[in-house]
Design a protein around this ligand. Structure first.
Ligand SMILES: Cc1cc2nc3c(=O)[nH]c(=O)nc-3n(C[C@H](O)[C@H](O)[C@H](O)COP(=O)(O)OP(=O)(O)OC[C@H]3O[C@@H](n4cnc5c(N)ncnc54)[C@H](O)[C@@H]3O)c2cc1C
Ligand code: SF4
Length: 524
């Protein structure tokens, strides 16, 4: 059996970032990824292939709480969900690390403060080449360095939106973007600023994803090995149950076993929980690291809604995801609880509507889909959903994931939607039309839109209420870590990837220290 110093299972925002951070240490590192490389092909940028035919959605079957099967919006590739993500790379707000009172209850505190994660946010922004402008967003937390790259410019319709918002007294800001765009010198730019970014793979590898900026740089080190199409199905422990001894993998129809001094699980929130639960043994009858019965619980994925407003003027924007608005993040006039974040989503086109069956178009019969697409201005509203013990991942008898979920904070989500709708008249848009879209979540089963999945293995100081300690080491196992979004005790209302990346760097420093390699390495 091959043995390694560190085995990392999953190569997305958490695992891919950790791999890059550990790679210069010279330690023997094995990356196990259940998916393959995402193929580079013209279809990467085809709305029809990506949004209508779901070309890159992996063929998994999960069940909802009522036992109804559905295909989740998951993407099993090197780089994980970041291959398809919108690369909006936000920091959580400083207050998100403390307890926050919401309409439906308390969003729990993290075991670490914002200050502890801050240096790693800065490092993650550098690693993932984030573009942004500090000082525009009033809710922005303090940062020890400027963004490494200037903000991505607004195109004229979005600049107009920004101006109109500012004139109405709001505080729009340039959204933090992980696209490798060099506007000062386009001949040298990796990114060509195209309309098919958010929800699409990047054909020219210019998106700051965990494949291009995590795994590939890690593989330049001869001590790092990647196995694709290698699905971890079980973790074995020693007799006393305090150490993972083997990772059992299914690859090319064969079962293989690998030993690692340290094993890091980073399969995404649902699949990490599944792996731990499926690894139950005599010492861990309820699943690994599950003495607290918290593995799989507290699943969150944001109360999100994609909406489309109709602009009086045509909206010819190509790359739309450049603007954010956090004026209602912590509340608004008449609603004292947090509402959430408003940002732009990728510009919709008529092909996407074909995939989305926009029933609401009946409300505007005079608008053809093509005309709607030309005039659409597309927003993404995110409200924090709260961790609930009953919102959880379990494993069905056939071995597939069951995802039981009841919505939380629906009132705050409704308020945020109403807030945007009430603003449209001031923003050069038809005030009577705000259509919901199914971007990222075409399926009729809402939990299928699991792009922002988190929770399920939360970290904390109390082993009775958490799965991992503050270093993201399992409370009951001496060599098992988790570094994906499953560690989140609460999710905030901004996109989760940068936080997973920053935390992976933080845990990476701890692992380097532990294996005696801290002084030898630095993320470059
Ligand atoms: C369409 C879309 C748009 C998004 N837009 C944004 C955005 O703009 N900003 C943002 O911050 N976030 C965005 N997200 C969310 C973001 O991509 C995720 O939060 C982030 O990638 C989660 O990182 P992770 O490490 O937890 O999981 P992932 O990135 O999903 O990585 C998990 C990896 O584990 C692998 N894996 C799973 N099970 C196994 C197993 N048993 N054995 C081996 N490998 C396994 C998977 O194949 C995958 O590669 C978006 C997601 C999607 C899908
Ligand atoms: S906008 Fe840039 S990063 Fe995004 S898909 Fe297009 S070329 Fe790639």
């Amino acid at each position: 059996m091959d043995s390694y110093d560190v085995i990392i299972i999953g190569t997305g925002a958490g695992g891919g970032t950790l791999a890059r951070h550990l790679a210069p240490s010279g330690k023997r590192i094995l990356l196990l990824e259940r998916g393959d490389w995402l193929p580079r092909e013209p279809q990467n940028w085809s709305s029809l292939d990506v949004f209508v035919d779901n070309r890159y959605v992996s063929p998994d079957t999960w069940y909802d709480g009522d036992g109804k099967p559905f295909q989740p919006g998951v993407h099993y590739f090197v780089g994980g969900a970041t291959k398809l993500y919108g690369a909006a790379l936000y920091r959580l707000r400083e207050q998100d690390f403390g307890e926050l009172q919401h309409h439906d209850g308390v969003s729990p505190a993290w075991p670490i403060s914002y200050d502890e994660l801050e240096p790693y946010y800065t490092q993650a922004e550098q690693l993932y080449e984030v573009h942004g402008a500090r000082g525009e967003d009033p809710t922005e937390p303090p940062a020890s360095a400027p963004y490494p790259f200037p903000a991505v410019s607004h195109e004229p319709r979005i600049q107009q939106l920004s101006d109109d918002l500012a004139a109405a007294g709001y505080h729009p800001f340039h959204a933090p973007c992980g696209i490798r765009l060099n506007e000062a010198s386009m001949p040298y730019s990796h990114c060509v600023r195209c309309p098919t970014c958010d929800g699409f793979p990047c054909l020219v590898h210019a998106k700051s994803d965990a494949d291009v900026l995590g795994v590939r740089p890690a593989l330049e080190h001869p001590n790092v090995k990647l196995l694709t199409n290698a699905m971890a199905v079980k973790l074995e422990t020693n007799e006393s149950g305090n150490e993972v001894t083997e990772v059992v993998v299914e690859r090319n129809g064969e079962t293989e076993r690998f030993a690692g001094d340290i094993v890091v699980v980073s399969c995404g929130a649902a699949n990490s929980a599944k792996l731990l639960l499926a690894s139950a043994n005599n010492s861990h009858p309820n699943g690994l690291a599950n003495a607290s019965d918290q593995v799989g619980r507290n699943y969150m994925f944001h109360d999100s809604v994609a909406v489309l407003a109709l602009s009086h003027e045509p909206n010819t924007t190509i790359f739309q995801k450049t603007l954010g608005l956090n004026d209602f993040y912590f509340g608004s006039d008449g609603f004292e609880y947090p509402l959430g974040n408003i940002q732009m989503v990728g510009k919709s086109d008529a092909e996407m509507f074909r995939g989305e069956r926009p029933r609401e178009t009946k409300l505007a019969p005079e608008w053809t889909l093509a005309r709607m697409a030309l005039h659409s201005v597309d927003f993404w509203l995110s409200t924090e959903d709260l961790p609930r013990a009953d919102n959880r991942v379990t494993i069905e008898a056939d071995g597939n994931i069951k995802l039981s979920y009841s919505e939380t904070n629906a009132e705050a989500k409704k308020q945020l939607y109403s807030k945007l709708k009430s603003m449209l008249g001031h923003l050069g848009m038809h005030s009577d039309h705000l259509f919901t879209r199914h971007a990222y979540m075409k399926n009729d089963i809402p939990v299928a839109g699991c792009a922002h999945q988190a929770g399920t293995c939360r970290f904390g100081d109390d082993p009775a209420t958490s799965v991992l300690d503050r270093n993201c080491l399992a409370h009951q196992l001496d060599n098992l870590y988790v570094v994906d979004t499953s560690i989140f005790p609460s999710i905030g209302a901004v996109n989760p990837a940068l936080t997973a990346m920053a935390n992976a760097l933080r845990v990476g420093d701890h692992v380097l220290e532990r294996i005696g390699a801290r002084t030898l390495t630095a993320t470059t």
